[in-house]
Design a protein around this ligand. Structure first.
Ligand code: ATP
Length: 283
């Protein structure tokens, strides 16, 4: 950031050594409504990956509700070592730490619940047609608007989740033409004009996350299944499941069950698939 300082009517440009991040936590807290006080937000100009930083803070005892948002990730992560690409003005990238009383084994559908939260937040601003792909992508018109990365750890009597979310508000320049991506990229500016103000949208996502986390804690993914299913992008479509690029299963996609497992109708009947290392592709 450059600040113009005026002394005796002479304008002098000086470099501000501590540029303010795009998200102001105080302004954000004021927009959180009933969720105010449930989140502790740290806004960083730059970091390797918000989830990596938050996992480190979790190891040092950071409380549930800790949030890290950054303008610039130098090593944004997707699943299985993939990259999440972002650029400051175009992207919203953040991670949330939450603790659940359930064991890790009961959190399989958490990334789907998070997807419902993000879609509800966009819908609160009037977005239509935003859909979800199992297990962790936010789509519009079969193109990828955002990604979710859920990382889980067991604790003594609970489980800890670090939920990373990357959303394209406009197209990040770092993406280029998206060559080599399994799905083309999309951005919120295709759906909502103007794009909601960054604090307002982020606050709405956090409000929805707090509510979905509460419901998930009470009843698991079953509580949110109907809402996910109503926004499922590939319901009834022919799909393939790949493991390390190799075909493992193909059939008709029937959505997700009450545990968040994908249901695929194959020649042998309806089969359940848990996320693990599987990649879902539409035919
Ligand atoms: P899967 O094989 O499970 O379908 P995926 O390809 O969707 O995985 P993710 O880890 O969910 O992988 O997301 C990372 C991928 O998303 C990257 O490899 C790249 O293809 C794509 N990608 C990276 N950044 C962006 C972005 N800002 N917008 C859209 N797509 C992106």
């Amino acid at each position: 950031m450059t600040i113009i300082a005026a002394f005796n009517s002479d304008a002098i440009a000086v470099h501000d050594p501590s540029p303010k991040p795009l998200i102001d936590p105080v302004r954000l807290q004021a927009l959180l409504g009933e969720a105010r006080g449930r989140f502790d937000i740290d806004s960083l100009p730059e970091c390797a990956s918000t989830s990596t930083v938050l996992l480190g803070r979790a190891a040092q005892g950071a409380p549930g509700g800790s949030v890290i948002v950054t303008d610039r990730q130098t090593a944004g992560r997707g699943s299985r070592g993939r990259c999440w690409l972002a650029s400051p003005e175009a992207s919203l990238t953040f991670s949330v730490l939450w603790r659940f009383n359930n064991g890790v084994g009961r959190l399989a559908g958490l990334s789907l619940a998070v997807g419902v939260a993000v879609v509800h937040a966009l819908e609160a601003f009037g977005a239509k047609g935003v859909q979800l792909k199992w297990p962790n992508d936010i789509l519009y018109d079969n193109a990828k608007l955002g990604g979710i990365l859920v990382e889980l750890q067991s604790e003594a009597h609970s489980a800890l989740a670090v939920v990373g979310i990357g959303l394209n508000l406009s197209m990040p320049e770092t993406i280029g033409d998206g060559a080599g991506f399994a799905l083309p990229p999309a951005a919120v500016d295709r759906i909502l004009t103007p794009v909601p103000e960054r604090h307002a949208l982020f606050a709405q996502i956090l409000i929805e996350l707090a509510s979905k986390f509460d419901r998930f804690s009470n009843g698991g993914f079953a509580e949110l299944r109907d809402q996910w299913q109503a926004r499922h992008a590939w319901q009834g479509r022919s799909v393939r499941l790949l493991r390390d690029g190799l075909l493992e299963k193909e059939g008709i996609c029937r959505g997700a069950d009450a545990d968040g497992a994908l249901l695929v109708q194959t020649a042998s009947g309806v089969e359940r698939c848990l996320s693990g290392d599987l990649s879902l592709r539409v035919q």
